[in-house]
Design a protein around this ligand. Sequence first.
Ligand code: SF4
Length: 335
Amino acid sequence: MARARIIPIFVPHLGCPNDCVFCDQKRISGSPLPASAADVTAALDRAQAQGASGVELAFYGGSFTAVSPDLQRRLLEAAQPWLEDGTVSSIRLSTRPDAVDEGVLDMLKGYGVGTVELGAQSMCDAVLAASGRGHAAADTARAAHLVKAAGLKLVLQMMTGLPGSDRETDVDTARRIIALEPDGARIYPTVIVRGTALEEMWRAGTYPEHTVSDAVAVCADILPLFEAAAIPVIRLGLNPTEELSAGGAVGGAYHPALGELVRSEILRRQAERLLEGVPAGADVTLGVAPERVSAMIGQHRSNIAALTAAFKLRRLRVKGLATAGDGVVLVDAQS
Ligand code: SF4
């Protein structure tokens, strides 16, 4: 899915009838005030002044179609002059699966919305219930079909490490999301945000933290499934914000380079398979695409250290190789 430059407008929590245990949209979106038509106008004025053309306007941060129909229309109407003059090529927004029906989708299409992102979060009903989501997996499947039937692009968002989930339910969620054939996906490992019900559950000992290493392990299972199905994962991990980094994230899988850690883990697993038959004491060179060299080496050379120790190698080098594709190849192994 080709991606245009995105102008984000955050619509935090406003009007959302739910209280998902992990959610404090004011903190997660980094924007505590509800968006207004004036914000849309100001953002697009700025973009136009900078010579923007064909940008995508994105309403993120809450449940767009759960806010009052009047505000939805005002926000969308504010974008119309820029759609007409070509500054904006399309609009995308995120919402809840149970806040979508044919009438809503018709209205969105009429205003130039091209992509709808649905917060599926889990496809396991027990996990959805334990997380206070207020909808079932069947709602996501139904909404996904409606979005596609309306001719809109579909992006599905999932989380790992929610209450009641484990590695198996998270991988199953990924498989069931892939079966819905979205045009893209986002994976958000659970972060414990200050002031949320999840923080209380964690402090009370009823929710085990989904650590960065838990998230890396399960996302390294999941990401290859999306890639094998040719579904782009357009985001892995919450966008770092000043507030989250300054203590808003009290636990869980908050890491500014989570995607890189996951890629590093996937490459380490592939390298382990390649090194199976290599004799101890060997001097080995692995090849990866040039842009993957640092992921293969790992943060603080963690992959080099782990693989060298596990396979008792004398030396392990990593070389950028344009022909390596997405994976790792064994270039040389000398005893
Ligand atoms: S539906 Fe979205 S905005 Fe509403 S509480 Fe849940 S995560 Fe937050």
